[in-house]
Design a protein around this ligand. Structure first.
Ligand code: AKB
Length: 321
């Protein structure tokens, strides 16, 4: 029987990953672990839950032992924009927290740890168009540095210590959220939907031509689960797979929304911090390695994502019907 612990269960991906894993492996087999952000009531009602502060090694060990965990999905992270303003916290969660998880998993006989990386693991010297899987990285943001560290440490625990650690470099993730996100650089692509539906206008903090790789949440959840279920014999890479679905600029996304909401208007008020981060990230990823090693293939392009987001967001904001 698979017993799964999900850290960061209250985060953007954790909130959708926990229900998806519970559907797949059984509600009682997936333990949702939160810390600073409260877990949603629906998640607490649907299955086991606990508190795990990833900066506290004892709490991690206790949760792994108490629930007899064999797989950890380590989703706790401080995202790019917040990390630049909360350096010590980012260091504690993204670097020390990851070390604690991998060490506790190794010592407690956990079989597998899923550790998501990000497009932030690349930097200004990386080729930005069709960024290869294996290329120069050298990120210059704290979040990006922590993600490269996570990839290398994941590979180390896999190849030297025999703990099965796997991870993907996720692009900006778009989904219909319960709250308006602020911690990331790609958040504009979620916020624009809130504003388009409520006010028919949006003020974007990135330049209109800032092209970034993005992915709709159902594809992201499927990618994480498919990678975790792939037979290890097929994998040459471990914690550092590029995965791609779509790439667009704020202007292109605004056009797609305007086609569906004709009075929608966008203006631009650039946030120098988030713009400077986005300017060092890839524009389009080459995910041939993920396609070859574990058969990755996205379902959603930008138009399919926009159509579905508008349906979901209308329902969330009570605007359907
Ligand atoms: C962020 O914007 O910080 C994240 C990411 C790309 O990892 N969405």
């Amino acid at each position: 029987m698979k017993r799964i612990l999900v850290t960061g269960a209250a985060g953007q991906i954790g909130r959708e990953l926990v229900p998806a894993l519970r559907d797949r492996y059984g509600s009682q087999e997936v333990i949702a672990a939160g810390h600073s952000t409260p877990l949603p009531d629906t998640m607490k009602e649907a299955g086991p839950h606990t508190v795990v502060d990833v900066t506290n090694p004892l709490q991690i060990k206790d949760a792994i032992e108490k629930y007899e965990i064999d797989t950890v999905y380590h989703m706790s992270t401080i995202l790019s924009a917040l990390a630049e303003n909360k350096r010590q916290r980012a260091h504690a969660v993204n670097i020390t927290g990851l070390c604690n998880i991998l060490e506790a998993a190794h010592l407690s006989g956990v079989e597998k740890v899923m550790v998501p990386s990000s497009i932030a693991a690349f930097g200004p010297e990386t080729p930005r168009d069709l960024t290869p899987n294996d290329t120069i990285q050298r990120p210059n943001t704290l979040y990006g540095i922590s993600k490269v560290f996570g990839e290398l440490l994941g590979n180390y625990y896999s190849l030297r210590l025999g703990l099965d650690v796997r991870g993907l470099r996720l692009p900006g993730i778009i989904n219909c959220m319960d709250y308006e996100p602020t911690a990331g650089t790609t958040d504009y692509a979620v916020l624009i939907f809130f504003s388009a539906l409520r006010e028919s206008r949006y003020s974007c903090y990135l330049r209109p031509d800032t092209r970034l790789p993005m992915m709709y949440m159902p594809d992201a959840i499927r990618a994480i689960i498919e990678l975790s279920e792939t037979s290890i014999d097929r994998l040459t890479h471990r914690a550092d797979f590029n995965v791609s679905a779509m790439s667009f600029t704020p202007a292109e996304l605004a056009d797609a929304i305007q086609e569906r909401i004709p009075d929608f208007k966008i203006k631009y008020e650039i946030d120098p911090l988030r713009q400077s981060i986005a300017d060092t990230w890839p524009q389009v990823l080459d995910d041939t390695v993920a396609r070859d090693e574990w058969g990755w293939k996205p379902d959603y392009d930008m138009d399919a994502m926009v159509d579905d987001m508008l349906v979901q967001m209308r329902e969330k904001l009570g605007m359907s019907g």
